[in-house]
Design a protein. Structure first.
Length: 523
């Protein structure tokens, strides 16, 4: 699988089949390695077991140039290049076209079997010690909640927000690393693979003793594929519940094991790259936070001699936030913002159109999950909801529901709007870089103020006044400029990775139903 939009596969296959009657075509370079940008070239090497004529290669190039592809396709004759160049290609390539056996076969599911889930694996519920609050502890056994699954787009659960003490473990169900689980309460049908040993409550179904002819990773993607269908069978008016008997009786189409492996390999390669980018971003974010804390909490930014300011005896003055460097001030978020507002609920949603962001779209890594967005039409966006039109570099901050989740808006999520559960903070770039405020939130310097000023109602919420009155330090402009110079490249990498992840997730989500249904077959 190479890094191209799914809709382009048909175009490329048609051009190759019209021009290549015998032989193979290799993809190599950045789109093979998944290191490409949106408009990076697609590099193809044509191997027809002889040198191509000038007309053959020029016709192929012309057909690609005249196609609707949004990027250039570079074509080379594999049998008319140096041995050194061949070695480079051979070190990283993938056959994308082969006249001896097409990579993709449409339809033809004669080897697939219809099976009940209960016939290929054991399906049991977790268990909860009650009352649960008696067993919640600061440390102990990780306790998996549904929110641990919804707050991340990873395949794996590697951390939990809560723990239970070891007296509660015997009253729950402990599961091992690698166990496949499925949410069956509240937000139903979410599959996850355990990356840690943990306990699960009765809002989870545990998939175990999987048949030897069924690949666990394939089953994970099968659950993603059938999620809507199986969730529609959940019962309950207030809290949806998916009974184990329903899951056991649910039928799926199961390909042969070798085909399961190939399907899982294609989808896993996309998810592996997403996981890698997430790991890189965690390291980059920690680096940015180290710089921020050293400069603006410990006040050891480099002085004029390049030495740590406070450690070197830099003058400190008293302020309402404690000691701060001489020449610095305390301000409010309102004073450094052009607007702090919130959204509105539209009268209707549409199937496509303007992105409409809700609290659940903001992930724990402070990115926005594009795969679960709602949509509104342009008229609603520009008129009824014009107050909450989101712009690049805005900071979104949840003020109802799950409080204090936040994200930095990049151009690839726009155009977008939001509802009344999210505050839009538009920092004045002429006064201070919005990334400074974003790092202020990353350092959790807002939490004490916010949770001290919670408004209690049916569900706790934060007022816009509370957000506007949030106090923060305001450094001297020369220090801010030095800080900006030191962190911009870090955040450039972070948001480049986020953008790539959104593209990879889009590709995965477009090919997953075609692979799992057998519309696309892999030989």
């Amino acid at each position: 699988m190479i890094s191209i939009p799914y809709n382009d596969i048909e175009i490329i296959n048609k051009i190759l089949s019209d021009n290549i009657k015998s032989g193979k075509v290799y993809a190599f370079g950045s789109r093979y390695k998944w290191t490409n940008r949106e408009f990076s070239d697609l590099d193809l090497a044509i191997d027809i077991n002889r040198k191509m004529s000038i007309n053959e290669i020029e016709n192929l190039k012309y057909n690609f140039e005249e196609s609707n592809l949004s990027y250039r396709v570079d074509v080379i004759d594999y049998n008319n290049i140096t041995d050194e160049f061949k070695k480079i290609i051979d070190s990283g390539k993938e056959i994308i076209y082969n006249t001896e056996g097409a990579q993709e076969i449409i339809g033809n599911k004669e080897n697939w079997q219809e099976v009940r889930l209960g016939d290929i694996c054991q399906i049991n519920r977790g268990a909860s010690p009650r009352p649960i609050q008696k067993y919640i502890a600061d440390k102990g056994m990780p306790w998996v909640k549904i929110s641990d699954a919804t707050s991340s787009n990873s395949r794996y659960i590697k951390t939990t927000k809560e723990f239970i003490d070891f007296s509660g473990v015997s009253k729950s169900v402990k599961i091992d690393v690698g166990t496949l689980i499925l949410s069956n309460s509240g937000t139903t049908g979410i599959p996850k693979i355990m990356g840690i040993e943990a306990c699960v409550h009765d809002g989870w179904i545990i998939i175990s003793n999987i048949n030897k002819n069924v690949l666990k990773e394939f089953l994970y993607y099968e659950f993603l594929y059938i999620r809507n269908s199986i969730s529609n069978l959940a019962t309950g008016t207030v809290l949806q519940n998916l009974k184990t008997d329903i899951v056991k009786q649910f039928k799926i189409n199961l390909p042969p094991l070798e085909e399961q492996k190939k399907i899982a390999s294609i989808l896993s390669s996309l998810d592996d790259k997403i996981e890698l980018n997430n790991c890189m971003n965690k390291i980059l974010e920690e680096t940015a936070q180290t710089i921020f804390k050293e400069w603006f909490i410990n006040f050891n930014f480099p002085n004029e001699e390049g030495k740590p300011y406070k450690k070197s005896g830099g003058k400190m003055i008293e302020s309402e936030l404690g000691e701060i460097p001489d020449g610095w001030e305390v301000t409010t978020l309102e004073n450094i913002s052009t607007i702090i507002t919130k959204g509105t609920t539209p009268k209707k949603f549409t199937l496509q159109g303007i992105n409409y962001i809700k609290v659940e779209n903001i992930l724990d890594n402070h990115s926005i999950d594009k795969s679960k967005l709602s949509f509104i039409d342009s008229e609603t966006h520009n008129n009824l909801l014009k107050r909450s039109i989101i712009k690049e570099k805005d900071i979104l901050f949840s003020i109802a529901g799950t409080l204090a989740k936040f994200a930095f808006v990049t151009n690839n999520i726009l155009p977008a709007n939001t509802n009344q559960a999210i505050a839009i903070i538009r920092v004045d770039s002429n006064i201070i870089n919005p990334l400074f405020v974003f790092n202020f939130f990353l350092a959790d310097l807002h939490k004490e103020h916010c949770f001290k000023n919670l408004q209690q109602s049916v569900q706790p919420n934060l007022s816009l006044t509370t957000i506007r009155n949030l106090k923060l330090i305001f450094p001297e402009s020369k220090i801010l400029k030095k800080y900006e110079d030191s962190i911009l490249h870090i955040f450039y990498k972070i948001y480049r990775n986020i953008e790539e992840n959104q593209k990879l997730a889009g590709i995965r989500d477009s090919i997953l139903p075609k692979l799992m249904s057998g519309e696309i077959r892999i030989k």
